[in-house]
Design a protein around this ligand. Structure first.
Ligand SMILES: NC(=O)c1ccc[n+]([C@@H]2O[C@H](COP(=O)([O-])OP(=O)(O)OC[C@H]3O[C@@H](n4cnc5c(N)ncnc54)[C@H](O)[C@@H]3O)[C@@H](O)[C@H]2O)c1
Ligand SMILES: [Zn+2]
Length: 358
């Protein structure tokens, strides 16, 4: 028997919405998201052919090419053109059907097309479910760096249909698990413990009810954090655990390293830096590595990337405050904090310590 969807209400400064997590939600999009006007679906070239037809009656399906390299203003412009050609107006709801790239692009389109139309997220990657689709951040990359242009655009509903995970490539599932591990480290020791003990050895072939529980548990962490700090004035920054290192590695790799893989390497580097600065037990790094490795995630920064280049790349990330780098560091599982004053030599030493030796 199919489990009932899990409903996680989210409140934000201008209202509220529900995040529904369950199996086979897509066919009931209009009902669950309470949509009355026309629906404009934005998806990508991988997800569209697999899942767009499950959404039922929609006004148009706009398909962008898949991949982070297409998370650009040029793609946004092409989507505006297609929406106009399809006669989409202000009464429509933009529905993002895809991973985090589609969610970020479609959200930015929804925030700006006709000065803003309603927006619903249907995340189809694990990463988009547990992270990108909740919290209202949208945007695109510039050649100078990731996510440099964007807007806050709260969805009116999020439908995380875990049955879509069955078609997600295994490496993409693993990449999403990096954010799940991150969420455990930020504030859910029980979640981290289940991954550490092997109780939760999930993959895309796991039962839909197990996936539903995992996704809902991980979303809850993000929900609680963004609810407390919707505009990232304080605690929300802790969601960037592993990301200062991770984004820099992604950038230096020319985006060959996936976001989730960069985050995995970044979690290890953050633990190394925290231990180096005597904030946490040096054993924490090894515990994090074991959990990530069990998910087939990389735990070493490739040797080909110069520590100095990675350090430099950190400065193009807008997560630095006033020209200063900001690191989220763990004290323990479930206890992280923001550190603004870290010497360059310590950062470089942490990068070197977690680099592959060959
Ligand atoms: N807005 C936020 O708060 C936030 C948070 C975290 C990450 N992000 C952004 O999310 C992006 C990463 O998201 P991602 O990892 O989902 O990347 P992605 O959107 O590129 O998806 C990864 C790959 O999986 C494919 N895919 C997705 N769902 C599928 C499915 N069900 N079946 C088959 N293939 C599927 C995609 O086509 C793509 O090839 C980055 O751009 C990152 O900056 C945003
Ligand atoms: Zn992330």
């Amino acid at each position: 028997m199919k489990a009932e969807p899990t409903c996680l209400p989210v409140t934000h400064p201008t209202g509220r919405y529900d995040v529904l997590v369950g199996a086979d939600l897509l066919p009931q999009l209009a009902e669950f998201a309470q949509l009355r006007g026309p629906i404009a679906v934005i998806t990508d070239s991988h997800v569209g052919p697999l899942h767009a037809s499950r959404l039922g009656d929609v006004a148009c399906v706009v398909t962008m090419p898949a991949g982070e390299q297409h998370k650009t203003l040029a793609t946004v412009h092409a989507i505006y053109d297609e929406l106009l050609a399809a006669g989409i107006d202000r009464q429509a709801t933009v529905v993002a059907l895809g991973g985090g790239v589609v969610g970020d692009v479609a959200g930015f389109v929804a925030a700006t097309f006709m000065r803003g139309v309603d927006f619903v997220q249907c995340p189809t990657s694990l990463l988009a479910m547990v992270d990108a689709s909740v919290g209202g951040k949208t945007g695109v990359d510039l050649p100078q760096g990731k996510n440099l242009v964007g807007a806050f655009k709260q969805p009116t509903a999020v439908l995380a249909d875990v049955s879509t995970l069955q078609t997600l490539p295994a490496e993409e599932f693993a990449a999403g698990m990096a954010e799940v591990v991150k969420h455990g480290l930020i504030s859910n020791p029980d979640l981290f413990g289940k991954l550490e003990s092997g109780d939760w050895q999930l993959n895309r072939e796991s039962s839909l009810s197990e996936l539903q529980t995992l996704v809902a548990t991980a979303i809850e962490v993000k929900r609680n954090v963004v609810q407390e700090d919707p505009f990232e004035h304080g605690r929300r920054a802790t969601l960037n655990l592993g990301h200062t290192f991770g984004h820099a590695v992604e950038q230096v790799s020319g985006y060959r390293v996936r976001h989730g893989e960069g985050v995995a390497m970044g979690l290890v580097a953050a633990a190394n830096l925290a231990a180096r600065l005597e904030y946490c037990d040096p054993a924490l790094q090894g515990r994090i590595e074991a959990v990530l490795q069990a998910q087939s995630l990389p735990i070493r920064i490739p040797a080909a990337y110069e520590p100095a280049a990675i350090y430099q790349a950190m400065f193009s990330d807008k997560k630095k405050a006033g020209g200063k780098l900001r690191f989220i560091l763990p004290r323990d599982v479930g206890d992280v904090f923001i550190e603004k004053d870290v010497a360059e030599a310590d950062v470089l030493a942490a990068i070197t310590a977690v680099q592959a030796t060959n």
